[in-house]
Write a protein that binds this ligand. Structure first.
Ligand SMILES: [Mn+2]
Length: 503
């Protein structure tokens, strides 16, 4: 959906979830300011049994002039109701009758969504969703310092001070919000927990569960500000016997958790995704991550869900170190690579030689200095990686044709010296990788594997049932995982090598 669709309605109410947090307040504020700028001032409310009392939120309401009203007994029926940071019908938002409903959110979808809805569950905050929608409308939040600060603080608090960020769009928003009042952010984040919550932290730590065989610490707290989970898990990770820590709480509306890992065999973001698979959403990066589970998705009961999923995670994976592993190729079939059309960008076409740049991709940021020798490759799923001119020349045929494709997140390049930002794809040319001569053995996986390849012993690649495990015919330790989704696009069965017609 687009924000301008909301402007068709004259009588609009924006509603946060009950017990609103900074993200809900920021998202609602942004929609409010957008509509106001277009001559259509809405009402902005929250409901539920509790009035906002947390000190950081009270500072936020006052300093950022958020025009929200506490309306526990709201009974007017507006033409359009917009719920932010939640979905209409969920139990964490008191139902307000309305003729039409719109939903803008970043949580896992649990309700039937109305026609006007924008839910992106891979980004870190609802503020990010609204910010991106404002961008489409050409509305720059930087012109309103208070709005920019609110959006920034919404993402900041929803991702544990940016430590559990996973989507590049979140980083784009942080970079673009240049007019943020940083000292107010500091002030709010230092009024984040109450003395009662400090005590709660102490009680929770005393009551830990230690899973000795996997060196994992689980700490259950009473429902609290989610940021406390990050504080607890960061602190608990200092313990010598602890490799992985999960701090969580269970409330009637949600189960929230933070994960930390300090061992290369467990990626925190993967564990968070595993814990929430099908019942919520989670992410982050290798060392820090977090997530939310919706209790209504687990009818069998919520009490042991974290413990059970962690146990399941550990029992499911086989860890393989390619340098010490030999696969039984007698059960595997032989394949060769199909011809591939990929994209290549000569970096010195984008920015001057010598410019330090940051390339933002779905997988993370890459920092390099532009020279005459480096290209960027764009793979079939939009994955981006640098390659030398020499390697490009020897492995691919350059066509000179434009490379036209669209991806979930389009990579961009920022010149760090001038701050100029450019899209990558308009500079891309099509290159063809000829069908391979090298043969591989491959076999579909029937269980979960974490593979440390010979070329990266620090970071594993995960394979799930349906993916393929493969090894080169000429190098028994060059073992890798190929995505099941892409396998047929990338490989074809190898011919036996001897044509039957030539005998
Ligand atoms: Mn949120």
């Amino acid at each position: 959906m687009q924000l301008k669709e909301l402007l068709k309605y004259r009588d609009v109410v924006i509603q946060c979830h009950d017990n609103p947090d900074a993200d809900a307040l920021a998202s609602g504020l942004a929609i409010y300011r957008f509509m106001e700028a277009n001559g259509n001032t809405p009402e902005f409310i929250y409901r539920g049994p509790n009035e906002i009392s947390k000190s950081n939120l009270i500072i936020m309401l006052k300093e950022l002039e958020i025009p929200i009203t506490y309306a526990p007994d709201y009974d007017r029926v507006p033409q359009l109701l917009v719920t932010v940071d939640c979905q209409y019908g969920q139990r964490n938002v008191t139902t307000t009758e309305a003729k039409h409903v719109a939903v803008i959110d970043h949580h896992q979808v649990t309700e039937k969504l109305p026609q006007i809805a924008e839910v992106r569950c891979t980004v870190g905050s609802c503020a990010t969703v609204v910010w991106d929608m404002l961008r489409v409308e050409g509305f720059d939040p930087n012109e309103d310092k208070k709005l920019a600060t609110a959006l920034y603080y919404g993402l900041y608090t929803d991702t544990n001070k940016f430590s559990e960020l996973s989507h590049p769009l979140d980083r784009d928003m942080i970079d673009s919000l240049v007019s943020v009042n940083k000292s107010l952010i500091t002030q709010m984040s230092n009024s984040n927990i109450t003395l009662e919550e400090l005590e709660l932290t102490g009680r929770a730590i005393l009551d830990y569960t230690y899973l000795e065989d996997i060196r994992c610490l689980e700490i259950k707290t009473e429902p609290c500000d989610p940021n406390i989970l990050g504080v607890i898990s960061d602190f608990a990770m200092e313990t010598a016997e602890v490799d992985v820590c999960i701090a969580y709480y269970i409330s009637p509306d949600e189960i929230k958790f933070s994960v930390r890992s300090c061992v290369k065999e467990v990626h925190a973001n993967e564990l968070a995704e595993f814990i929430t698979y099908g019942i919520g959403g989670g992410g982050g990066h290798l060392l820090k991550a977090g997530g939310t589970i919706r209790p209504e998705k687990i009818p069998e009961g919520v009490e042991d869900i974290i413990y059970n999923r962690v146990r399941e995670y550990y029992s499911m994976f086989e860890v393989l170190y390619a340098k010490d592993t030999l696969l039984d190729t007698s059960k595997m079939k032989m394949y060769t690579k199909k011809e591939q059309k990929l994209g290549a960008v000569k970096l010195s076409d984008v920015f001057e030689i010598g410019s330090p740049v940051e390339i933002r991709t779905l997988e993370g940021d890459i920092h390099i200095t532009i020279d005459d020798e480096t290209y960027l490759m764009i793979g079939i799923e939009g994955e981006v990686y640098p390659i030398s001119a020499e390697k490009l020349d020897s492995s691919y045929d350059l066509t000179g044709f434009d490379f036209k494709k669209s991806f979930e997140y389009e990579p961009s390049i920022r010149n760090l010296a001038t701050d100029e930002l450019k899209e990558v794809l308009p500079y891309a040319k099509t290159v063809i990788s000829p069908p391979g001569v090298a043969r591989i053995y491959a076999f579909p996986l029937d269980h979960w594997v974490k593979l440390f390849t010979t070329w990266d012993e620090e970071k594993y690649y995960s394979g799930v049932p349906g993916d393929y495990i493969a090894v080169r015919e000429d190098d028994p330790h060059d073992i890798y995982i190929i995505s099941g989704k892409l396998f047929d696009q990338l490989y074809k069965p190898a011919s036996s090598g001897i044509s039957p017609f030539l005998t």
